[in-house]
Design a protein around this ligand. Structure first.
Ligand code: MG
Length: 317
């Protein structure tokens, strides 16, 4: 059956509505949505292309998960509550088992965060997935990249680098069905929405790590007009990463690897004193450095500024 002859969105993605702010969801010409009074609408979109943003032959469930997760991570970085999603699918062929898998990955993550798919579109073409996510935040509390100040303390959540290590295992021929925790971390990385909420009105700046900690931190510093100084000894290197790669390669994975959806954020020194312990109780966060006047990112080891060679892992950049 030709793709245009029936509505795949309707068939695989239409479900009973779960949000009262969806006046009309999938099935009409457009969705009718009711944003809450007094909150700003937060919008993000991302496109994933097979072979470029996910591997050829990646499981449908993982692609469905990632397409939503990468957008939810952007909302987490704004401190937003996600609400609605739109999906545009370009498919070379209709493979029902793959689509069912894709829908499962998408819906499981959507349900976890109370997100409702309210519309979509399908076309025939190369495998490309575009998702748009909409959410809300009080305008004054939204997290931005631009608020870091000299004297602020720099943190990162979780264990960045693990997803890149998992991707590397798959690129070297590892099975997509592997239950290795590093592979699972890459295929099903979880966005940090709860942490983003906890940072509202607290962090001076925030962004998610999608292209690698070092590069993304450079963007935060540029937006804020400041310099970041990182102590390499403070980097969170997980035991799993250390066991698989040793210290030096692990550090490069932490600094240059992408796809973990962790959050990078700054707290004023006073806020760090006041709120750090409470944040630590609820979230795995690590202090990795500080913000000072200047430009760019400096990496230090034993008090000396060192150059981080990206050459060995530049395919993660
Ligand atoms: Mg982002």
């Amino acid at each position: 059956m030709a793709l245009g002859e029936f509505d795949l969105i309707d068939r695989f993605f239409r479900r009973p509505s779960r949000r009262s702010d969806v006046l009309l969801g999938v099935g009409d010409d457009a969705a009718l949505l009711e944003p809450p009074a007094g909150r700003a609408l937060v919008a993000a979109t991302d496109t994933l292309v097979e072979g470029r943003h996910f591997l050829h032959g990646a499981p449908g469930r993982s692609v469905g998960h990632q397409a939503l997760a990468v957008n939810l991570s952007d909302l987490a970085a704004m401190g937003a509550d996600p609400a609605w999603a739109l999906l545009s699918l370009s498919l070379p062929e209709v493979r029902e088992d793959w689509l069912e898998d894709f829908a499962l990955g998408f819906h499981v993550l959507a349900d976890t965060h109370g997100v409702e798919l309210v519309g979509g579109d399908t076309v025939r073409g190369p495998l490309v997935v575009t998702v748009e996510v909409l959410g809300f935040v009080e305008p004054a509390l939204a997290l931005r990249r631009s608020g870091a100040q000299p004297g602020d303390v720099l943190f990162v959540s979780g264990s960045p680098g693990e997803a890149a290590a998992g991707l590397e295992m798959l690129r070297r021929g590892g099975s997509m069905d592997s239950d290795d925790p590093l592979v699972l971390r890459y295929l099903y990385a979880q966005p940090r929405l709860e942490l983003g909420r906890a940072l509202r009105g607290r962090a001076s700046a925030a962004m998610d790590v999608s292209d690698g900690l070092l590069g993304d931190l450079g963007k935060l510093c540029a937006a804020s007009g400041v310099c970041a100084r990182i102590d390499l000894a403070e980097l969170p290197v997980s035991d799993r990463l250390l066991a698989a790669h040793g210290r030096e390669a692990s550090e490069r994975l932490v600094l240059l690897g992408g796809d973990d959806y962790e959050l990078l954020f700054t707290l004023s020194a006073a806020e760090a004193d006041r709120g750090q312990a409470e944040l630590r109780r609820d979230f795995p966060i690590t202090r990795i450095g500080e913000i000072e006047a200047g430009r760019g990112v400096l990496c230090e080891r034993d008090g000396l500024v060192v150059q981080v060679a990206g050459g060995g892992y530049d395919h993660f950049a």
